[in-house]
Design a protein. Structure first.
Length: 130
């Protein structure tokens, strides 16, 4: 029949519905934008080498410009995405927004720089020949 006693609250193990404290949340840094940056940079360096070894002047110029545009647009976009993801991780973990570059990030930036400069040199030398 009916009882005049109230039922005790149901205890959930480990507080399953509770959000962790801000100090307990840990953000994990994502590496895929730097990996894409390195991949595109290596492709850009290969395109610069291919453009340099091409005999036909017009093909050399078009290939080098295509490689330069690819490296600059995709590489810069991936650097931007990496920074946005890092800011999100920093906010989640409560650490300062300024994060240091580790070896993988430095490698990505360096290969991007080498790829853009190598394609730029091919373009500049071709323009100087004309």
């Amino acid at each position: 029949m009916s009882s005049s006693r109230t039922m005790p609250p149901i205890r959930r193990p480990g507080g399953a519905n509770r959000m962790p404290l801000r100090s307990k949340r840990i953000g994990k840094r994502r590496r895929w934008p730097a990996g894409i940056t390195i991949s595109v940079s290596v492709i850009g360096i290969a395109v610069a080498i291919l453009a340099w070894s091409t005999v036909i002047a017009q093909t050399r110029m078009v290939t080098a410009i295509g490689g330069y545009v690819l490296v600059i647009t995709v590489g810069t976009a991936m650097l931007f995405v990496q920074r946005v993801l890092d800011v999100g991780v920093a906010r989640l973990s409560g650490s300062p927004l300024i994060s240091s570059f580790d070896l993988f990030d430095r490698l990505a930036f360096f290969t991007l720089l080498v790829a853009s400069v190598s394609n730029g040199i091919v373009i500049a030398l071709q323009v100087a020949r004309q």
